[in-house]
Design a protein around this ligand. Structure first.
Ligand code: DON
Length: 304
């Protein structure tokens, strides 16, 4: 039996002394206010045992981690029709790059780069009566936690400065790969990114990717084939142009966000979430990646 609590404590104290904690995202002004010294980690295993250390109960902006949850909701509705409008290959580019999108005629490389997530948002809007309410309800069901919500200040802040996303949505529209109008799709996308959760809530939400599509209460949200595919996408595309490095150092399917969170899963075994707001130059949490490298190395728990 692995002593997870001891390992999480050791990792947290190892990281506390590191001075180079990365840089908090400033391109969304509201995110620039976050204290870079925060660090939290939370783990839940397949038997519902949980372990935590640091600031694991503090809310943070989940940002791009929401893309896995919107993909899950969308995949559950339209199944493989989704892949007519978005690809499944790593882009090798930063999350907000647009050059490939034009080169490949408006079909985003994968659902985790911003353009891909904007297409997923468009499909959700076309298929849901009250998209923002129903998406939040999906997350509240996964976590059995009604307190989770959007942060309107963060959504507004991103709307005011989201020029690249506005450009991406317009480019998608020009290629006929957005059904709804640009403003409606971006409003949903900025809101999904603004959702606030803590490490525990995120680990609870990602439990379905570890547990064959079933949440902790045993309700099935995705089939096994869909879970396989989402986990494959997390492994190959979850960290953009650093997906190779994350697989190499950590060896788990996972997803990062510019709020400093990382959620990762070892299928059938555990879900682990870290939060440290300082980012590396690729936009992924610097200490979060180090924490997860230490975790999989010390426990020998990785898909490899
Ligand atoms: O669209 C954006 O730029 C942000 N709302 C999300 C980007 C993000 O989290 C990238 N991940 N590391």
């Amino acid at each position: 039996m692995i002593d997870y609590q001891n390992i999480l404590n050791t990792i947290t104290s190892n990281l506390k002394d590191i001075e180079e904690k990365g840089t908090v995202a400033t391109y969304i002004p509201e995110l620039a206010k976050i204290d870079p010294n925060k660090f939290g980690i939370y783990l839940i295993d397949a038997n519902n045992n949980s372990f935590s250390a640091g600031n694991s109960n503090e809310l943070f902006s989940i940002q791009s981690i929401s893309k896995v949850l919107s993909l899950a909701k969308c995949f559950g509705i339209v199944d493989n029709d989704l892949w007519k409008r978005v690809g499944v290959e790593p882009s090798g580019d930063p999350f907000n790059h647009l050059s490939l999108l034009e080169f490949e005629n408006g079909i985003p490389r994968n659902p985790f780069i911003n353009a891909g997530a904007i297409v997923v948002a468009d499909i959700l809007i076309s298929n849901l009566k009250n998209p923002k309410e129903e998406f939040l309800d999906f997350i509240q069901q996964l976590t059995n936690d009604k307190t989770i919500g959007y942060n309107e200040n963060v959504a507004k802040s991103e709307k005011e400065t989201g020029f690249k996303n506005i450009a991406a949505a317009n480019l998608l529209k020009s290629y006929g790969n957005l059904t709804n109008d640009v403003d409606t799709v971006l409003d949903f996308y900025f809101h999904q990114c603004s959702i606030e959760m803590n490490c525990k809530q995120l680990a609870d939400a990602f439990y379905i990717f570890m547990n064959h599509g079933k949440c902790q209460r045993g309700k099935s949200h995705l089939n096994m084939n869909q879970v396989k595919r989402i986990n494959a996408l997390m492994l190959t595309c979850g960290f953009y142009d650093e997906a190779g490095e994350f697989a190499f150092e950590v060896g788990l399917p996972g997803k990062s966000g510019v709020g400093g969170g990382i959620a990762a899963v070892l299928p059938n075994t555990l879900t682990v979430v870290t939060w440290s707001p300082g980012l590396n130059p690729k936009g992924n949490s610097k200490l979060g990646m180090q924490a997860l490298e230490q975790f999989t190395t010390q426990t020998s728990q990785s898909i490899f």
